[in-house]
Design a protein around this ligand. Structure first.
Ligand SMILES: CC(C)(COP(=O)(O)OP(=O)(O)OC[C@H]1O[C@@H](n2cnc3c(N)ncnc32)[C@H](O)[C@@H]1OP(=O)(O)O)[C@@H](O)C(=O)NCCC(=O)NCCS
Length: 212
């Protein structure tokens, strides 16, 4: 795991969610490659310059996608501006990022298992730099989207890597389907990988569920 960036001793770790910009794409790919160490990611995405470039271009293209909300969790201290961690440069201050996608009513979902609800908010990607994991950035990103889903009274959908299932369950997502894939190639020795498909029901249909 990478060493934790050193913040001044008097700065309590906290994160501020800001819109992601084109300048951040490079750092996001670094975070993506560092964070996703599961066999599926390792098998599909060799960490080579051409794949890096592919990811960076994809992020740049999708920044303008209608309904997409790209956010970065920026290291700060509570109630302060983002410039109060002087030891970190602009890129290092980005602890994690995500892409939430707003509902696209009327659009035919281009996925199977389970049927992707046209009315559902969708979390497409979330990753926290391993140096910052376990400090609350992921939960803050989840809260941003689930509060919005509740305000809009829509379901939310995501596909969960094993490491993230507990976080998603705590945010109200429940398993709606799963695939188990045996992954083996030149980078992965041969192991089973479980991907969960998770839905978070609309607010008024979550009766009996613990409210956050
Ligand atoms: C899943 C992920 C985004 C969570 O981000 P995060 O910033 O660490 O989230 P939080 O700090 O809010 O922690 C959320 C939970 O994960 C646990 N956690 C996070 N990182 C951890 C780590 N490195 N080791 C152990 N537990 C960890 C926390 O303890 C917390 O659980 P708790 O509330 O029961 O204590 C992050 O771990 C990650 O990027 N993982 C790799 C990429 C990935 O799988 N993304 C999700 C794809 S579906």
């Amino acid at each position: 795991m990478a060493a934790k960036p050193q913040a001044p001793a008097n700065v309590k770790p906290a994160f501020k969610l800001l819109p992601l910009t084109a300048e951040d794409a490079h750092r996001c790919v670094d975070i993506y490659f560092a964070a996703f160490q599961n066999p599926h990611s390792l098998a599909c995405w060799p960490r080579v310059p051409s794949i890096r470039a592919f990811w960076e271009h994809m992020i740049l293209d999708e920044l303008a996608e209608p309904g997409a909300h790209w956010l970065k969790a920026v290291v700060t201290s509570p109630g302060a501006s983002t410039n109060d961690v002087p030891d970190l440069n602009t890129a290092q201050r980005i602890a994690g990022f995500c892409k939430w996608v707003a509902p696209k009513p009327g659009q035919v979902p281009d996925t199977t298992l389970p049927q992707w609800p046209a009315e559902a908010d969708d979390l497409e990607i979330v990753a926290t730099d391993p140096a910052y994991q376990g400090q609350g950035a992921g939960s803050q990103i989840l809260r941003w989207g689930t509060e919005r889903a509740d305000a809009d009274d829509v379901e939310a959908y995501l596909e969960a890597a094993p490491d993230a299932v507990r976080l998603y369950e705590k945010s109200g997502f429940r398993e709606a389907g799963r695939t188990d894939t045996y992954i083996e190639n030149e980078r992965v020795k041969g192991e089973w990988y479980r991907n969960l498909y998770m839905l978070r029901p609309r607010r008024d249909t979550r009766k009996g569920e613990p409210q956050r």
